[in-house]
Design a protein around this ligand. Sequence first.
Ligand code: FMN
Length: 218
Amino acid sequence: MGKQTWKPGNMLNPVPAVMVSVADKDGNANIITVGWAGTICTNPPMLSISVRPERYSYHMIEETGEFVVNLTTKDLVKETDYCGVKSGRDVDKFDVLGLTKLEMEHVKAPGISESPVNIECKVREINKLGSHHMFIADVVGVTVDDKFMDETNRFHINDTELIMYSHGEYFALGEKLGKFGYSIQKKKTKSKAKSKSKTKSSDNKKRENKKSKPKKNK
Ligand SMILES: Cc1cc2nc3c(=O)[nH]c(=O)nc-3n(C[C@H](O)[C@H](O)[C@H](O)COP(=O)(O)O)c2cc1C
């Protein structure tokens, strides 16, 4: 048993497969599936998508400098694939798939209503890398489906059944294995936890929990 060394290639897996909705300056809308997408900055919130210039969607993004990233779910997997194999040159993907255009607040391109998260983006820079040109964009608005909000106003994104793409295949998000920082969190012993619950008010406990949690500062 050993390791093999290969020539350079794209082996970063899995990746998101998002449906990016776009529109030209006359308002004609289209959807393109994009796997080369990623978060690139927390503050200001920024993401990138890489698109081949020959895609029909390319000129629309270039023309308007706007697009919407729509996260994809188990329910949308067929639509995700379809938008990645059919071109807006030949079909109206919104129409054929029966997807609902969602009017966005900050950009003219419509979102996809059936997606639980719509991320409005404005292009800051186009980086002509090679086969793909990378659109570096500011996130200017986020819309979420309130079906996944709880009574404390928290959005449960991991209940939306997001999908991912790995080496040519689609997968549903699997088993939860841990949470941010769990590897360094102290485990409460049963007796400690019991005595704490007897002596401390719930407010105090909340404060303590906050202290022991590692800060999520990505
Ligand atoms: C899962 C998946 C991921 C894809 N990722 C990209 C990508 O990152 N960039 C790209 O230019 N095309 C990508 N494609 C191909 C385009 O989505 C496809 O060529 C699409 O038909 C283009 O649509 P359009 O001609 O209407 O713009 C992907 C396709 C699939 C199925």
